[in-house]
Each structure stands twice: as C-alpha cells, then as structure tokens.
Design a protein around this ligand. Structure first.
Ligand code: XIL
Length: 370
C-alpha cells in the first residue's frame, strides 16, 4: 500500500476538479443531493489549500468542548515507524480509541490456558498516556473466536469459559478501560431477527447475553456496558429486535448501560429517511446511553468522485448531528485513514490515503463546532 501512496498523492494534487467540488459542497453543507458540477477553474494549489486549512482544526478539541467521545479504531499501524502520521492524526483529532481487532477473543485468548495481553496493553497504555478514553471491543462475539471454543460440548463448560473470559479481560483492564462492548451482533439478519446462531446461543441458550453482562459487571462495577450491533441505526426490524432484547434485559435487572450502533454505511444511506433519530431516541428513553461505534461511509463505485465525496460528507454530517441531537455519548469512526480501513476500497473515512482531511472531515468539524 505504501508504495502506491506517493502516486496517489501526486494524482490528488493534479485533481483540482475533485477537490474544489467536494470542498465546496462541504462548505455549503447542503443536503444529501450533491450540487450540479460547475466547470473547474481553480488551480491545483488553491484547490488543495482549503483541505490543509481544515486540518488545522482539531476535532479532538471540538469534541472535548462538547463532552463527546470522538474516537477511531486502531490497528498495528499505530506502532509502524514508517507511518508517524497515523499516531499524529489519531492524537490530534480523536479523544477516544478502540482496538480494531486486538481485544477480540481470538486476539486476547487464542490459547485457552493463558491470555495474551501484550498488543492490547500497548494500545491501551498508549491511549491512556495520550489522555484518550478506550472503548473495549468486544467480549462476546460469534466471530473471531479461537478454535478451542468450538471444541466445547456442554452448556456448563461453555458458560464457565465465557464467564472466565469476560472476567479475565475486564479485570485485566480495570482502571484503564471503562466502556465495554460486552455482546456484539447477537441479533441475526434473518426474517424476524431471532438471536444469531453461535456456540453461545446454541450451547448456553439466549441467557448467554445476560450472563456475559453480569460477569462484566461483577469484574468492574464502574464500567459502562454496551450491546453493539450493525444495521440497527435506523428504525427497522432488526433495531426493533435489539430494542426488545435490551428492554427485556433492563426488566430482568441485567446491568446494561448503553447500546452501540455500528453505522457501517455507504453514500446511499439516508439518515433522515431511515429515522435514525427516532430509533436512537427510543433507546435513550429506556435510560440507556447510545454511541455510534464503528462509523464508516463507503463511496459507491462508478459514480463521479466529487459527488460521492459530497454525499459521504453529508452522511457523516447528518449522522453526527442526529447523534448530538439525542445527547449520544460517543461517535467512533472505524479506522483513522482510508488506506488501512477494513473497507479501504470504499474509502469510507474522514482522512484520505495521505492523512489529509476529506470533505467529510470538514462536515464533522462543522457539526462539532455548531
Ligand atoms: C472487523 C475488522 O475491522 C477487520 O479488520 C476484521 O478482519 C474483522 O472485524 N463489526 C464489528 C467489528 O463489531 O469488530 C468488525 O471489525 C467490523 C464489523
């Protein structure tokens, strides 16, 4: 990837049309529909300049002023000596950090007999040193499980293994990590949105969710415990199922404090049309915190890039505004910069391959400053 980035940078410097259109659209702050394409007249230098100016804004300072957690998921690039801009960008613009993969079950507990906390500790300690809040992600998930979990045959053994995992991880990070995604993606996409088949559901039963939260709470009484899922951002059948799930948990006295909405989106997503605000508000009305936990907005292929970047900015703007409207507790982008996003092809983040701010950055800055 690194070898092509200088080329991309050159191309971008030679692309005044793209930049002038997208930055203009971001400044206008218009609706989802991109403006009609004007004839490009600006020089490369003047077109690039507004993006550089925008970078002087610190999103972190703006988020701090609002009391909002504004985070990014991080990976090994944080420690890559060839990528100093990664940590620089993270520390300048984000007051919260999530390990993209390092704190998943397979990342911490691949060997049943011993936890391997080294990489996760490095991420957490770096964040704490830089004054950033860490979201712990994620304790119980059907994905990223080590092979040994699948060998377990009885409810009792798996329940104990799950409790031991949750207890071991939360205890280890107690004092450094105060927010946990305890259960991730337990609701399926199938019609009716029943709980998703997984070793936990299949062997323990639906109460694995309550038990995971109880174990996390017992290990750290002060931690904020979240249920986290995707395609639940708007009002729809799946978010209805999550709503019923967490309502039931509250009724049973299960220690749950918040719901995370991943918001893996693309530029066709219509925040208003999907009724994201009404959806988030119903969870707030249950007394729960809400966070947008994994935001990325992929560009759609085969469309004019300038239009797509403007649409992307509009989705970020609308989503952040909605989040702020319901006093959300956090807004986390799933990565720092496009080139090492899990969906790098969709260039879904607010910094481009060169760590330069995109129109979506300007939109986010504007919203945070409002
Ligand atoms: C993804 C990571 O970004 C990838 O690097 C990894 O290969 C798979 O997991 N929902 C989640 C995240 O809760 O943990 C996932 O992260 C993306 C979807």
């Amino acid at each position: 990837m690194r070898s092509v980035r200088p080329i991309l940078k050159t191309l971008l410097l030679l692309a005044p049309l793209t930049l002038s259109l997208t930055l203009g659209a971001a400044r206008a702050g218009g609706g989802a529909a991109p403006p009609a394409a004007p004839t490009p007249t600006v020089s490369p230098a003047s077109a690039v300049q507004p993006a550089r100016q925008a970078a002087r804004v610190s999103l972190r300072a703006l988020a701090d002023a609002r009391g909002l957690l504004f985070g990014a998921a991080v990976n090994h690039t944080l420690f890559d000596p060839n990528e100093p801009d990664y940590a620089r960008t993270l520390n300048r613009h984000f007051n919260a950090v999530v390990a993209e993969n390092a704190m998943k079950w397979a990342g911490l507990h691949n060997n049943r007999e011993a936890f391997a906390f080294g990489f996760a500790d490095a991420i957490v300690d770096t964040a704490v040193k830089n004054g950033q809040t860490v979201r712990g992600h994620t304790l119980v998930w059907h994905d990223s499980l080590p092979p040994w979990v699948y060998t377990i045959q009885t409810r009792e053994e798996l329940l104990r293994a799950m409790q031991d995992h949750v207890t071991g991880v939360v205890t280890h990070f107690r004092g450094r990590v105060h927010i946990w995604d305890v259960v991730n993606e337990a609701v399926s996409d199938a019609p009716g949105h029943p709980l998703r088949p997984s070793p936990f559901l299949n062997l323990i039963g639906p109460d694995f969710i309550d038990e995971a939260f109880r174990a996390a709470h017992a290990a750290d009484l002060g931690a904020k415990l979240y249920y986290n899922d995707y395609n639940t951002d708007g009002l729809n059948g799946k978010s209805d199922a999550v709503y019923e799930l967490v309502r039931g948990m509250l009724a049973r006295g299960v220690p749950i404090h918040g719901v995370g909405f991943q918001a893996h989106l693309n530029t066709d997503f219509d925040v208003k049309g999907a009724q994201v605000q009404a959806n988030l508000q119903r969870f707030r009305d249950l007394g729960l915190d809400v966070q947008m936990t994994e935001v990325d907005v992929q560009l759609r292929p085969a469309r004019p890039e300038a239009d797509e970047l403007a649409r992307q900015a509009a989705v970020y703007r609308d989503l952040l505004r909605t989040c702020l409207n319901v006093q959300c507790a956090g807004f986390v982008t799933w990565g720092v910069t496009d080139f090492n996003s899990w969906r790098a092809g969709g260039r879904p983040l607010i910094f481009d391959d060169m760590y330069d701010p995109k129109p979506a950055f300007a939109a986010v800055a504007q919203e945070l400053a409002r």
